[in-house]
Design a binder for this molecule. Structure first.
Ligand code: HEC
Length: 410
């Protein structure tokens, strides 16, 4: 099926047939017990009331995009207000089913259509009719400016939207409607089906089911160094690249607390939200408390915006935790460019024979001028040239990109 979301390379690959599933032996799981510590320097949250109940949430710029059972809204000044629509056409009324952050905007799938953000307003997507027909339950993006892939969990199947083409995946033994979490990273797609974790290898068209009961899987995200974090009713699971797991019980003694959601920010780290509040993953020890949120009324959703503020949605409330600061050139970006770019671009360079033009990326004005091409060249893998120097790690690229998109603060 061809779509006009991106007008490139609409080929004619057939949909992959039903993908076979193999069982992998139970993993080795180390258990780390203990409730998060009490917040040492508690972060005070600001609260905003919503119309309807919060069902989807993501961050953009310095704002959240909040999807409720009646509208999509964002923070304007001191209040949460319905987002306006650019141009003619259907307005966003009714339930928002999914919200997902892309490289340049946020996609909002609602009962009345599929929209994307343009500044602080919404535009109806050209592919709205086709996508709405799928009955979207959630969406997940593998970031990348040039090679974005959007995974869509629909009522009848799992879809992969790539280069304007929609591929339908069906996995042996797995009902799409039962998908509770999904994370796509390159060729591997991690799928939570209730208490079961599947790993779909899209290249080999094979799925592996991990023979282990994780508890109800609520969210899967990736952090630095290929580490995955899995939020479940049995606490937080951490999966190291080699498939070794650690379970953090998030509670004292033999108890285990449910983790509703997790969010990763390149500058702040991995945050965890439970019925008691928000904590920060530390790796190999019980998480550190950051904020308490009062009595829980519904499962909590969580997302970072571009400046590192944390947004939590629950029932008819949105909380803002002001953790963020603008990404600055001197503090955040300069060290990354120094480490990955200057060996060739300095005058004189330390790597000879590459004939790189001298560009002083350590100078704010020069780096600002080259900002857009820096982001483009790193995201397409052009810089540093493959095989000549190590690629920029995703978390560091994210910082450079946010600095560029967020206004190039000094
Ligand atoms: C191993 C050497 C090497 C490293 C490391 C390297 N580059 Fe380059 N860069 C080159 C070469 C060679 C060229 C010229 C060929 C080209 O434009 O592709 C170039 C060209 C560029 C240009 C175009 C400059 C102009 O004036 O047209 C930009 C922008 C750039 N690089 C950005 C970067 C950034 C950002 C990094 C770090 C993330 C980086 N490069 C790291 C070798 C390197």
């Amino acid at each position: 099926m061809c779509l006009v979301l991106q007008l490139v390379g609409c080929g004619s690959d057939p949909d992959p047939g039903p993908v076979e599933t193999e069982k992998a032996p139970p993993p080795e799981v180390t258990i780390v017990k203990g409730a998060p510590s009490d917040p040492v320097m508690p972060v005070e949250a600001t609260t905003f009331g919503t119309k309807g109940y919060v069902v989807a949430l993501d961050g953009l710029g310095s704002m959240p995009v909040v999807g409720t059972t009646v509208e999509a809204s964002t923070v304007m000044g001191d209040e949460l207000a319905a987002m306006e629509i650019w141009g003619e056409g259907p307005t966003l009324t009714g339930r928002v089913n999914a919200i997902v952050r892309r490289a340049g905007n946020v996609l909002v799938a609602a009962d009345s259509g599929v929209f994307h953000t343009l500044d602080d307003k919404l535009v109806l997507s050209p592919a709205s009719d086709t996508l709405s027909a799928l009955d979207i339950q959630s969406m997940h993006v593998t970031s990348g400016v040039a090679n974005e892939v959007i995974w869509i969990v629909a009522a009848d199947a799992l879809y992969e939207l790539k280069s304007g083409k929609l591929l339908k995946w069906s996995i042996e033994g797995a009902t799409p409607a039962a998908i509770t979490a999904l994370l796509a990273t390159g060729d591997a797609v991690y799928i939570g089906f209730g208490a079961q974790l599947y790993i779909l290898d899209t290249k080999a068209q094979k799925a592996t089911i991990i023979d282990y009961d994780f508890g109800a899987i609520n969210e899967i995200i990736s952090g630095p160094g290929g580490v995955l974090h899995i939020a479940t009713s049995q606490g937080l699971f951490e999966r190291k690249a080699e498939g070794v797991y650690t379970q953090y019980t998030m509670a004292d003694g033999e108890a285990v607390a449910e983790v509703d959601d997790i969010a990763f920010d390149a500058k702040q780290g991995t945050f965890i939200v439970t019925s008691t509040g928000i904590s920060l993953a530390t790796g190999d020890a019980a998480p550190v408390g950051m904020a308490t949120l009062g009595e829980q009324k519904a499962p909590r959703l969580m997302a970072f915006d571009d400046i590192g503020n944390l947004w939590v949605g629950e029932d008819q409330t949105v909380y803002r935790l002001p953790l963020g600061s603008k990404i600055g050139f001197a503090e955040d970006v300069r060290p990354i460019l120094e480490k990955h770019c200057m060996a060739c671009h300095a005058d004189p360079p330390t790597i000879q024979g590459e004939n790189a033009p001298a560009v002083n990326f350590l100078d704010y004005d020069t780096a600002t001028e080259y900002g857009a091409s820096t982001v483009l060249r790193i995201s397409t893998g052009q810089m540093p040239p493959a095989g000549k120097a190590d690629p920029v790690p995703p978390a560091e690229f994210e910082i450079v990109k946010r600095w560029q998109e967020g206004g190039q603060a000094p």
